[in-house]
Design a protein around this ligand. Structure first.
Ligand code: 4NP
Length: 153
């Protein structure tokens, strides 16, 4: 299964979602292809935000090798599931959908642990350390729920 994590900048939320899922895929020896992207090109080519890299490491996840890139229409062909971190991301991804098949691939990630609640991963970019801790913890829970819901673990 091929999974793409998407946020706005691809430097805070989607990199740690990506990092958690890659790590769990390795631990459980799953056949997952995982990547992340941003709906904007604001930070294309950059490493994840230094605050997120540091926080991720504190939770045992190394995301230092990831580089930001923008979501492109071809991602609908390259991935089976496209997880948006918030509703703006969801809307921006859906603007690029070409057909119903594309549309059906796009989901809010937090509907995995919290079905039908349409909850959003808060953007930690303009806040303090607590926001980064919260996002890392929330995305640990969310990636576990995804793996269980899809019967991968
Ligand atoms: P992300 O966070 O979408 O979780 O990567 C943000 C990163 C950068 C900006 C906003 C959110 N920005 O405005 O530059």
């Amino acid at each position: 299964m091929r999974v793409l994590m998407v946020c706005l900048g691809n430097i805070c939320r989607s990199p740690i979602a990506d990092g958690w899922l890659r790590q769990k895929s390795e631990i459980h020896q799953l056949n997952l292809l995982v990547d992340s992207a941003g709906t904007s090109n604001l930070h294309a080519g950059e490493r994840p935000d230094s605050r997120m890299r540091k926080t991720a490491l504190e939770y045992g996840v190394n995301i230092d090798d990831l580089r930001a890139r923008q979501f492109i229409q071809e991602d609908f062909d390259r991935f089976d599931i496209i997880f948006a971190m918030d509703k703006n991301n969801l809307r921006d991804i859906l603007k690029l959908a070409r057909n119903k098949t594309d549309e059906q691939k796009v989901k809010l990630l937090l509907n995995e642990p919290f079905p039908n609640e349409d909850r959003e991963v808060p953007d930690p970019y303009y806040g303090g350390q607590e926001g980064f801790n919260q996002v890392v913890q929330l995305l640990d829970v969310a990636t576990n729920a995804f793996l269980r819901n899809y019967k991968l673990i």
